[in-house]
Design a protein around this ligand. Structure first.
Ligand code: ADP
Ligand code: MG
Length: 570
């Protein structure tokens, strides 16, 4: 604030900061530069935590996961054009995953941009952002900042959450106005994500259908984890006695060791269930669109779906009983409508599931205990599985191909919102951004289990981890390449195959370069020891876990999505 002879003034910089603070948005993830450098400085001076990254995409992934973990929009701040575009990937990712996030980007002068006269970093950012987010706004006048931030918050968190873009032209920051008028122009958003109660008839329709089920199944998605209706969901699952399947990021909403978990009998329950209750999960590619071979006989299923987004219903298959509303309210309503003597599902169904679970778990157990050198996925992940069992509060970040697929099925989770991964797109590159966002927002230790290829997308952010001294332990599953390290160039030329990296890379030395702890690990015992040390000390650590380069399959479990040529292969 500045004083003139007559009045006290404020400006765009301070109004944006005051508006964020008024709405309890106290952390910014970003990369400084023109025109937002001073904004970051002032924000820090005013008590906002400003975390600078090495690349905007990772700041964006941190903001997106902050939104998922807190139900408040994560804030990402970038410079204009190239910085904005780097952040945009994360904004689109947030929107696709239903995570609330606000991307605030500085932009160049409207008059010049619109006449395409070649301004510094000229780009019509608002138009470009629009199709990739829930809402996009530009603020031209300092007196509109309060309203703009209020609209951005509401758009991000209400209904189906998602990404919002806020365009902040350079000139806005320096605009001055009377400080009192400025303070009055700010909006504290009341009830930004209002409860949405389901209609009574939707609830009774769902209950009537559920009563007819002989082989019922509940599928929990990351929307259910996001909703933070943990007690209601647990009560519903347990009162109904229905087996449930957690989607990847819903693992731990109930402990994976829960007797009703059908995780280890996934194929069986998908194929044979007759009534499926979807809670905050979409019938997209991750569930084979609710049809096809994995879903058994065509027409053998009826769906109840709980979702806040009405248009999600019938997206892929007919939904017999749509229940539209927020998950907490919908699940509570179902619970209330269930009679106290609600019958448990037929025992031939639950017995079949339990038998399958036991067989699958027994088959897996010895593989997880191997201490082979070089390590395979099962040996290394078996060690990490034990650590998460002993330290259920640790947040697990996971990406890669085989590293993702194996870790998802091998590592049991025990608490809600502890497993963060590649999400709806199956995107590689979320690793360090999510690890930083999770550590900052929760103060809990983070274990990031990364394929060597996946790690490469965000690897430079380990400097950020060291700079802020975050309790992040990264384990790089190093098998010398993408999927495997064994491909050869069929021409015999000097270039290696496109999926191959430098052999025996020492990712651990990268961490040492920034003052963190680097560990070279060749056995599951080595890995376990190093991870335990890292989690005890809280020191930034990177463990280079040497995995057999022959282990792993093409594209992990989604090889069917990677087209293979049948002609002309050498
Ligand atoms: P998964 O990948 O785990 O299956 P998805 O991201 O596909 O999960 O689905 C999440 C669903 O949850 C989305 O359809 C979204 O609209 C919904 N959702 C998110 N938050 C809520 C909420 N609070 N109440 C109801 N539905 C929600
Ligand atoms: Mg690899």
């Amino acid at each position: 604030m500045a004083d003139t002879a007559e009045e006290t003034l404020t400006d765009g910089f301070h109004l944006i900061i005051d508006a964020l603070k008024l709405n309890d948005l106290n952390t910014i993830y970003g990369v400084p530069g023109i025109p937002i450098t001073d904004f970051g400085r002032i924000a820090q001076a005013e008590g906002i935590r400003v975390l600078s990254f090495r690349h905007e995409q990772h700041a964006g992934y941190a903001a997106a996961i902050a939104g998922y973990l807190t139900k408040k929009p994560g804030i990402c701040l970038t410079v204009s054009a190239p910085g904005f575009l780097n952040g945009l990937t994360a904004l689109a990712h947030a929107t696709t995953n239903c995570f609330p996030m606000i991307l605030m980007s500085g932009s160049s002068e409207r008059e010049i941009v619109d006449l395409q006269q070649g301004d510094y970093e000229e780009m019509d950012q608002l138009a470009i952002a629009k199709p990739l987010c829930k809402a996009a706004f530009r603020v031209l006048h300092a007196e509109d900042i309060g309203i703009a931030i209020a609209r951005a918050i509401r758009a991000a968190v209400s209904g189906r959450p998602g990404g919002v873009y806020l365009d902040l032209p350079a000139k806005l920051f320096g605009q001055v106005m009377n400080a009192d008028a400025g303070a009055k122009s700010l909006v504290k958003v009341i009830d930004p994500a209002p409860r949405q109660l389901p209609a009574a008839e939707a609830v009774s329709r769902a209950i009537d259908l559920l009563k007819t089920a002989k082989r019922p199944l509940i599928i929990l998605g990351k929307g259910a984890a996001y909703a933070q209706a943990d007690a209601e969901i647990t009560a519903f699952v347990e009162k109904s006695g229905i087996p449930y399947l957690p989607m990847s990021m819903a693992k731990g909403l109930l402990p994976d060791t829960h007797p009703q978990s059908a995780g280890p009998a996934r194929s069986l329950v998908l194929e044979e269930a007759d009534v499926v209750v979807m809670i905050g999960a979409r019938l997209n590619w991750l569930l084979s669109h609710g049809k096809g071979k994995s879903w058994g006989e065509p027409g053998s299923k009826q769906f109840i779906q709980i979702d806040i987004e009405p248009r999600e219903m019938d997206s892929n298959v007919e939904i017999k009983a749509p229940v539209v509303g927020d998950i907490g309210s919908c699940v509570s309503a179902l619970l209330e409508a269930m009679a106290d003597d609600w019958p448990t599902p037929p025992s031939d169904w639950t017995d079949a599931i339990n038998a399958k679970k036991e067989t699958n778990l027994a088959r897996m157990a010895p593989k997880l205990q191997n201490n082979n050198v070089p390590m395979d996925y099962h040996g290394a992940l078996g060690a990490l599985r034990t650590i998460i069992k002993q330290r259920p509060e640790v947040i697990l970040v996971n990406e890669g191909a085989n590293t993702l697929d194996f870790a998802r099925s091998i590592i049991d989770m025990y608490q809600p919102r502890k497993r963060l991964d590649v999400g709806t797109w199956g995107v590689m590159g979320i690793g360090m951004g999510q690890a930083i966002g999770a550590a900052v927002e929760t103060g809990k230790p983070v274990l990031a289990i990364e394929g060597d290829s996946a790690f490469g997308f965000s690897g430079m952010e380990i400097e950020t981890i060291c700079r802020y001294n975050l309790p992040v332990c990264v384990v790089v599953f190093n098998n010398n390449g993408i999927y495997r390290g064994t491909d050869v160039n069929p021409t015999g030329g000097s270039d290696v195959a496109p999926t191959v990296f430098v052999k025996d890379s020492r990712y651990d030395k990268m961490m040492e370069a920034f003052g963190g702890v680097g560990v070279y690990a060749t056995s599951p015992d080595d890995v376990a020891r190093a991870v335990n040390d890292a989690l005890d000390s809280g020191k930034p650590t990177l463990i280079n876990a040497v995995i057999d380069e022959n282990a792993g399959t093409e594209s992990g479990r989604i090889g069917n999505l990677n087209p293979q040529s049948v002609v002309g292969k050498k």
